[in-house]
Design a protein around this ligand. Sequence first.
Ligand code: MRU
Length: 353
Amino acid sequence: MNSSTNQVYSVIWHNNSVSLIDQTRLPSEYTFVEISRCEDMAQAIKTMIVRGAPAIGVAAAYGMYLGAREIETGDRDEFLNHLEKVAELLRSTRPTAVNLFWAISRMMRTAYETLGTIEEIKQTLLQTAQAINIEDLQTCHAIGDNGLAVLPKTPAQLTILTHCNAGALATAGYGTALGVVRSAFREGRLARLFADETRPRLQGARLTAWECVQEGIPVTVITDSMAAHCMKQGLIDVVIVGADRIAANGDTANKIGTYSLALVAKAHNIPFFVAAPLSTVDFSLSDGSRIPIEERNSEEIYKIGNTILTASGVEFYNPAFDVTPSKLITSIVTEHGVFSPEELIKYQEKKVA
Ligand code: MRU
């Protein structure tokens, strides 16, 4: 966090290394981890010191540079071969967020397309990682402001429900879903944010609520199982969530629990928005059934801190994401405007033509 403002930056290039906010320790400790080797970056992504699809992309881009700078050869082919191994290591960290793969591919393309000495390629890789970082911040501000246009006009001040953390911590800054919330707050359109606690990693309770408190955004934390009841009571006007991967037809993978939220929003006639950069759209997948879903350690379910919650002998299933069918999604808010799920593919086809 910059001391003169209350802005949060999850990934910072600083003194020839990367400072990551340690998101496993928030909100009780606001600390940074210094990363100067690609192996440590891979571990930080796996263990969720850094998390959230766009933030993982930015972190992996710097991880590519950290790996590149350690390659000691003057031979271009040998350098590129080694760099492919760095890319492989970083790709193996988390399977669902497509921004990770997008950023690594962009870094690899940069390496292949840069002519000149190995030293020059390394410098171009650093510049590209920094560009990815800055672009993501700009993208989030654009998403936040584009989201304002689709918010219902009444009531004048809205209560928004979100799931997980799609905020500054999950991006280069400002956030996607939380970016829309921030813009709404700035414009006087936000009455209150409801944040699902988001079992099992509690990103809503720990991270989204923390971000809101930093900026005085009114926030109420509920458990995931309370969302339907709150909607029935008329407490929620809009739902806005982030995304880890959006298929070409608009089906959206996001934190586990998002699908059930979309179903209950539909049942209560409440608009359900997804806010994400276009780098989260995987146009190579026709629909969401082909999105790889990460399964994480069962310890995330049976343990809170040092307390074990369940009897031994129990089995667990811990999918970290689910896929919300596009028919439950009102619109997708991106940095290039707001699309219905069907319009996404048309936009891409027009861009490619
Ligand atoms: O497992 P996480 O915490 O990385 O999951 C994060 C989410 O599901 C976010 O909603 C998503 O990545 C969008 S972040 C702008």
